[in-house]
Design a protein around this ligand. Sequence first.
Ligand SMILES: C[S@@+](CC[C@H](N)C(=O)[O-])C[C@H]1O[C@@H](n2cnc3c(N)ncnc32)[C@H](O)[C@@H]1O
Length: 201
Amino acid sequence: MDDNITNDIINLYKEKNWRNIVEKYHDHPERNKLLWVYPGEENFEFIANCLKELKCDRVLSVGCGSGLLEWMVTEATGFPVSGIEVDGAWWNCKYAPPTFIPLLFTTSKLEKDILNILGQHSLALLFCYFNNRPAFEEYIKHFKGNVLIIIGPGDGRGVHTDPKPFGDVNNNWDLFKWQEVRNSKDFIAFYCKKNIIPINK
Ligand SMILES: C[S@@+](CC[C@H](N)C(=O)[O-])C[C@H]1O[C@@H](n2cnc3c(N)ncnc32)[C@H](O)[C@@H]1O
């Protein structure tokens, strides 16, 4: 991939300048080449505060794509974020987008190494613009942690994801807090497993 936005973002990434990446590209027409959502500083703060409050110590992002969001969340919040993708052959080929974190790969059947990660209780599981309902259900079924984060379009955004940030999780989960990404009609929604919401919420 040889174009200006990609090269500029790679250069800013090398300088660890996530602030410039989000400020410069959050409404760029070609931003989706690398990432669907470019949070603002207040969104990163929101994510950090929720993770702290809910006593998570790391995040696993399912369907992380290039991993740009995951790298920026790590830089901006200090919480380590790792990412899983499918189709390792595509992500390792020369036409694939650049990647900003090392990717973990899975097949549609979750293998032991991924199941072990999903077994960590202090892990938050993130789905950003995910669009694979059966896979979502499978990850949730094996996930032993208490915190689920869904980032995606709200009503009126004109884009489809599955799950959406609201109304798409089962009764085992309570909506904890949510915040709009800038004024984009994209939302970050935090869910907790039932009965673990801190009393001083
Ligand atoms: C619309 S993209 C979103 C990428 C990135 N999260 C973003 O916001 O830019 C959805 C991603 O989910 C990945 N995906 C689909 N099924 C998956 C699965 N079972 N496990 C992991 N990733 C999966 C796809 O390969 C794709 O990269």
